[in-house]
Design a protein around this ligand. Structure first.
Ligand code: C2E
Ligand code: MG
Ligand code: MG
Length: 666
């Protein structure tokens, strides 16, 4: 109980917000309190001026006016109203509390010391002064309960003690009255102070909650922004090729799709271009992947520069790039493609190594495209395929002719998917003659396909189509099986020449399958020559060499077909394991009239002899050509003059020595 009463007499230091609020409230009320105090003091002093000594009526009031004036001014002029400081507020409240004790005591003692002077009216005035002033001060100190209590205790105890002991009934009644009123007022004050404290505490809690909420809101906004930034970055990364920083395949196709949708809604036509680097793989193989990567980065920078403001450029993967041109003008598209080709052809200096590459480009226009964007891409791919085959390093635009052949290709593709192709594709056999004895020594198997709708389709058309569409390995195996079956019907000394595709010698698995088909057929390996063309050697020379060596080691022959038509026939002759060369028809045509051709064939025959290679001359169409070849020393020949490709049964007849048929074929 005593502890809690003592606690009421102390300033609370545990609540900074409360202290600040108390200080703010008091700064309005304390000046008023001093005003009441001084007015009342001077009132009493005035009535006692002639009755009491000047020390009490003049000196004390003046001194108090000075002290109260200073305090009043202090409270009035507080300069920390805008920036309240809790620690300072608590210190100030404590000071005010201490001053209350002192001033209350001084004023109470002053009042008591005046009481003996003058008549009973003047004495009543002093009593009234003490009673009313204490009530006024208590009200003004509502927000500092400890100070209000101090004033009440000091003044009232003095008042009650003094006037209660006068023996005067009226003064005793007044003392009791003032005592009771003071207790009641203190109770009211205590309730008010509690409410005030409560209000401030709940306001602070509210404020705190608000702050926490605001903080949470701010945190949420920050988190949202971070998530957004992260998702933007993810989106950016998902659309960017990590090596070159160009747009990637996914972004290209989404933009192509958008352009297509715009077109369907009546937007303008556009072009796309597919870029495939020529000679990139050898750079990678020769100098390593690091140089290859640096080359792609450098190239991407060039592409970005050439295409800036003209087209979107993206890397689709490997050494494939694509452009999307928002122009309907084919001339503009071709010009950009040419610029790209030019930029790619300029030498690159990568880690002190100068490398040169080229770029083949296929372009297609949405104007020529009847199908959806995938169709447009396919058309550009087809144009690129043509560029690669027929115009390496150049730009080729998808044309109407391409459209016709692509449509045929679609029909062909459908047929490939249909297993009946295995049954429908047959083989003709063209005899190869030994000029020394004029006898058939072998047959070259040539694929034939009669399509129910398209009619006869040349192998020159469907073999590349099968290669393009990925059916060639299967087709080769089926045809080889048929050719070997036929070979078993021929006399033992007659061999088989079989054409392999580039894809057949690009895969170890396919090579092994070919070997096992041969082994299972029962045909002696030395009766078989496998023909490969130079284009087969371009993609992966090392693998082709290993596979060819495998065939030779197994006892088979390996021929380089169409010799002389490739880019670097002599290099291949030197580096490839071979047993035969087949001199291309183009050197033989009109050889009797063209001395240059004769000289070339003569040296090729000689070279083959020196290198211990069997030499077959292809495409002999006239007796004059045959005579020249005989004179030049050629040993083996093949051509329409000797025999066109024969059906299997005709070949069988010829092989079994039906000379009548052979001569009619001649
Ligand atoms: P190739 O291997 O050089 O075959 C020779 C081609 O020249 C054959 O054309 C043949 O019919 C033709 N030919 C033969 N003698 C003469 C002649 O005196 N004059 C003229 N103008 N042509 C002659 P074909 O059958 O149309 O085959 C074309 C090409 O298709 C072949 O050229 C070969 O590269 C490829 N091919 C044919 N059958 C197959 C096959 O079963 N598999 C693979 N992978 N390719 C094949
Ligand atoms: Mg051939
Ligand atoms: Mg040939």
């Amino acid at each position: 109980m005593i502890v809690s009463i003592l606690a009421l007499l102390r300033v609370r230091s545990d609540d900074p917000t409360l202290a600040i609020a108390q200080q703010a409230a008091l700064s309005k009320q304390i000046p008023l309190m001093y005003f009441i105090l001084l007015v009342n003091t001077w009132g009493v002093a005035a009535t006692h001026l002639h009755a009491a000594p000047p020390l009490l009526t003049i000196t004390f009031p003046l001194l108090m006016t000075l002290v109260c004036g200073v305090r009043m001014f202090y409270w009035w002029n507080r300069n920390d109203r805008l920036k309240p400081d809790a620690a300072k507020a608590i210190a100030e409240l404590r000071r005010t509390n201490r001053i209350s004790w002192v001033l209350a005591a001084l004023f109470a003692l002053w009042g008591i010391s005046l009481a003996p002077y003058g008549d009973s009216f003047m004495q009543s005035h002093v009593a009234f002064y003490m009673g009313i002033t204490v009530i006024g001060c208590i009200f003004c100190l509502t927000h500092l309960l400890s100070a209000a209590m101090a004033v009440t205790l000091v003044v009232n105890i003095t008042f009650i003690a003094y006037f209660g002991l006068t023996g005067n009934e009226i003064f005793i009644a007044m003392a009791i009255d003032v005592g009771l009123v003071s207790v009641a007022m203190l109770l009211v004050l205590w309730v008010q102070y509690r409410d005030f404290t409560h209000l401030i505490t709940s306001r602070r809690e509210l404020e705190l909650k608000k702050n926490v909420l605001e903080e949470r809101e701010v945190q949420l906004i920050i988190e949202q922004k971070q998530t957004q930034a992260l998702s933007d970055e993810n989106k950016r990364l998902a659309n960017i090729d990590s090596l070159t920083n160009l747009s990637n395949r996914r972004f290209f196709f989404s933009k192509l799709n958008e352009a297509e949708i715009r077109l369907q809604k009546g937007g303008a036509d556009f072009h796309i271009g597919l870029i495939d680097l020529d000679g990139f793989k050898p750079v990678n193989d020769l100098y390593g992947h690091k140089v290859g990567d640096d080359l792609l980065i450098e190239l991407a920078a060039r592409l970005a520069q050439v295409c800036r403001g003209r087209a979107l450029v993206a890397r689709l993967g490997g050494d494939e790039f694509a452009i999307l041109m928002e122009t309907s003008d084919s001339a503009v598209a071709t010009e950009l493609a040419d610029d790209i080709g030019h930029a790619c052809r300029q030498p690159f200096t990568i880690s002190d190594t100068v490398v040169e590459i080229g770029a083949s480009i296929g372009i297609s226009s949405s104007e020529l495209c009847v199908e959806a964007s995938r169709g447009l891409y396919e058309q550009a791919d087809y144009a690129l395929y043509h560029a690669k085959r027929n115009a390496r390093g150049c730009a080729v635009a998808f044309s109407h002719e391409h459209y016709v052949s692509l449509s045929r290709l679609t029909v062909i593709e459908r047929a490939f998917r249909d297993a009946s192709i295995d049954r429908d594709i047959s083989l003709d056999f063209q005899p190869i003659y030994d000029l020394h004895c004029n006898e058939v020594v072998a047959f070259e198997a040539l694929a034939r396909w009669r399509h129910p709708d398209l009619g006869f389709i040349s192998p020159a058309e469907f073999i590349p189509a099968a290669e393009r569409l990925g059916y060639i390995n299967h087709l080769s195996r089926v045809l080889l099986g048929k050719a070997l079956k036929e070979t078993t019907t021929w006399p033992d000394h007659i061999g088989l020449s079989f054409n392999l595709s580039a894809r057949d010698i690009a895969s170890n698995d396919q090579a092994l399958r070919i070997m096992s088909i041969i082994a299972e057929s029962g045909v002696r390996p030395d009766r078989i020559d496998l023909e490969i063309t130079e284009t087969a050697l371009l993609s992966d020379l090392e693998r082709a060499q290993a596979i060819a060596q495998g065939f030779i080691s197994a006892g088979m022959g390996v021929s380089l077909d169409d010799f002389g038509t490739g880019f670097s026939s002599l290099t291949h002759l030197h580096s490839m394991p071979l047993t035969n060369i087949k001199i291309d028809r183009s050197f033989v045509t009109a050889i009797d009239k063209n001395p240059a051709s004769a000289k070339i064939v003569k040296s090729l025959v000689r070279m083959a002899f020196d290198m211990n290679l069997k030499c077959i001359v292809e495409g002999v169409e006239t007796s004059m050509e045959l005579d020249v070849i005989r004179e030049l020393g050629g040993c083996f020949v093949q051509g329409y003059h000797l025999s066109k490709p024969l059906s299997a049964s005709d070949a069988r007849q010829l092989a079994s020595g039906n000379q009548a048929h052979a001569s009619s074929a001649r």
